[in-house]
Design a protein around this ligand. Structure first.
Ligand SMILES: NC(=O)c1ccc[n+]([C@@H]2O[C@H](COP(=O)([O-])OP(=O)(O)OC[C@H]3O[C@@H](n4cnc5c(N)ncnc54)[C@H](OP(=O)(O)O)[C@@H]3O)[C@@H](O)[C@H]2O)c1
Length: 328
């Protein structure tokens, strides 16, 4: 089968379309014929070696969708022909969705309704579960609150903004360009701040009567960390969940006190989908909202599998909005 692998960690040129041996599912796994794979920021971190990777050569990709081809002896929850999406990694699996086929633990699978095609599913599963756990679990957002979402026009960002709007919250989003501002405003953002050009915390204070926001969702990291803390109200919460601009700087815990007894958490999807039951509960809400059209999945970039490097270059260059998907 064809698969995109990295043979040595590095730039996008490290990715190669290889012919590799067919994979065979273990007793509690299924073989999925992938129709599409989601491109996520974590794939860039694994390709560059910033996040540790299990084996080299490594087939990239944490998010996939397709049709079950065959199932292991002990699998009872799904059958060949079912259409599913899944996130690798949280359930003992390695990356590997940038490929024609993947072996996936059966307890990581989400059954897809007919309303959700493979491209949509590959755009919404990892990012949508992330938006769900952030807004329902890491910090349960309430109607009437004003929240701050960084990289609001990105994949996770557009889902978070729409979801917060649905709950009845007011959303302030940060973006890197004028064109991205328009996209974020069309997907749930009420106010936009261009973080390269404006003082984020000052704008947030101005928009909240000087109070600040109860929560900041920050996956930009290095470049936004200080502004995030400065944007919080007394006893507000910084939910850090990514480092697109680089790792957050070292921080003296005591500083949270004079800044208003703030809370800070560093959150990860795997910790919010620890059991099959928890995964199904979060996925149930996500799939329901997307199948009904209440939340849209803007897949705004698509490339064929063989051109995965172009997708990585675009994501790295901040040239994408919404979701990026590889078609297989
Ligand atoms: N912890 C978790 O559970 C979890 C799960 C999924 C994703 N994440 C994180 O969530 C973030 C969003 O993921 P995504 O896949 O949806 O990506 P994305 O938001 O579509 O793309 C990343 C965005 O970050 C912004 N950015 C700011 N500084 C950047 C820089 N120096 N280089 C590149 N981008 C920069 C860019 O938007 P602007 O141009 O508007 O600034 C860029 O479009 C990532 O940090 C990812 O690692 C975390």
């Amino acid at each position: 089968m064809k698969a995109i692998r990295v043979h040595a960690v590095g730039g996008p040129e490290a990715m190669r379309l290889d012919d590799v041996e067919a994979v065979t599912p273990g007793p509690v796994e299924v073989l999925v014929r992938n129709g599409a794979a989601g491109v996520n920021f974590i794939d860039l971190h694994q390709r560059t070696g910033r996040y540790p990777v299990p084996d080299i050569p490594l087939t990239l990709g944490m998010e996939g969708a397709g049709t079950i081809e065959s199932v292991g002896d002990q699998v009872t929850n799904v059958k060949p022909g079912d259409r599913v999406s899944y996130v690798m990694g949280g359930h003992g699996a390695k990356p590997g969705t940038y490929a024609e086929y993947a072996c996936v633990p059966a307890d990581a699978l989400i059954l897809l309704p007919a309303e959700i095609d493979n491209v949509t599913a590959a755009g919404m599963t990892l990012k949508g579960l992330t938006a769900q756990y952030l807004i329902r679990g890491a910090y349960p957002v309430q109607k009437g609150q004003t929240i701050l979402v960084h990289a609001a026009a990105g994949g996770v960002g557009l889902l978070l903004c729409q979801w917060a709007r649905l709950i009845g919250a007011r959303v302030i989003g940060t973006v890197g360009s004028e064109a991205k501002a328009e996209v974020a405003l069309a997907h749930g953002c009420d106010h936009i701040i261009q973080y390269g050009r404006e003082d984020v915390a000052a704008r947030v204070r101005a928009l909240t009567g000087g109070e600040g926001v109860p929560v900041v969702f920050d996956a930009v990291g290095k470049d936004t960390f200080e502004a995030s803390l400065d944007s919080l109200m007394v006893r507000g919460t910084l939910v850090s969940f990514g480092t697109a601009s680089g790792p957050t700087p070292p921080f003296n815990l005591f500083e949270l006190n004079p800044r208003g007894s703030l809370y800070v958490t560093s959150a990860g999807l795997a910790w919010f989908t620890r059991s099959r039951a928890e995964l199904l509960e979060r996925a149930g809400e996500l799939v329901g909202l997307i199948a009904s059209g209440a939340i849209k999945v803007p897949v705004r970039q698509q490339w064929p599998l063989a051109e995965a490097a172009s997708a990585h270059k675009a994501l790295e260059a901040r040239a994408t909005t919404g979701m990026t998907v590889l078609t297989i």
